[in-house]
Design a protein around this ligand. Sequence first.
Ligand code: PSU
Ligand code: MN
Length: 297
Amino acid sequence: MHVLSRVPSSAARAVALETTLLVHGVPRDAAPELSAELAHLVRSHGAEPALVGLHNGTPTVGLNDAELADLLHAPEVPKANTSNLGYLIHARSHGATTVSTTMELAASAGVRTFATGGIGGVHRGYGTRLDISSDLAAFTRFPVAVVTSGVKSILDVESTREALESLGVPVVGFMTDRFPAFYIRTSEAGVDARFNDIKSLAAFVHHELTRTGRGIVIANPIPFSHELEHESWKRWLDLAMTAPSAPESNGRSVTPRILSQLHALSGGKTLEANIALAKSNASLAAQIACQLDKLGA
Ligand code: PSU
Ligand code: MN
């Protein structure tokens, strides 16, 4: 696959960022500022941001501001996961890369660190309809360490953790023993190992990526200051999950629909939380990337 890569010569210092979070995860008018903030945070730690997406059919690692603006102004930008990326390239379409395709493109550009908000996972109600994000399988294929605040608590968090275990994906916690649930710092599920400092975490990432050629989940809970209050969170989630869904709401549109309903129901609280955790993940990823660079990874 031809990937347009604008990462610096030392790819180890690069931190991939995804376009689905910007294009589908937050309201359009909040996206340029969030993108700039994430890039700024990554640079402030001495690393280089690389926004990943599909611009006019060109898979790009390091989209510039004009290209991001094109995506944000387009009437509709499809979510690209590993199943439809190839078709979107063929059709010369724009595309917002999810965790799965951001990993795929980052890996082909030699980028080993990636910051997101929350990875996709196993949706609730899988007994009736099986909806498992292609993000999970991507960890078995692409050697990228993904810093995430766990999986969105709109999903079945514990089943997602079990699925990662079944797939043999290493899940490590930064300063936590619990697998976090996005807006909430903890869940019933645990991690494979806990790291309390960035240096040893980066050393592990370096060895594990080299050893396996597969991905790693680095769980970084939402900052204490922005964790949602559990009771309100449960109330908003119940309302969002029982709201009548739009007729076209299935497959790829499920996650964006629920997220935007939650942002509305919570009066913006879930959006604030989402932004706070994305920033915290960008900072941690940047610090890991700088350590990887020192290790000559
Ligand atoms: N994290 C966020 N907001 C998002 C997502 C993650 O804070 O919108 C996106 C990611 O791109 C993730 C995708 O890969 O949701 C999962 O979508 P699906 O369930 O359709 O695989
Ligand atoms: Mn899905």
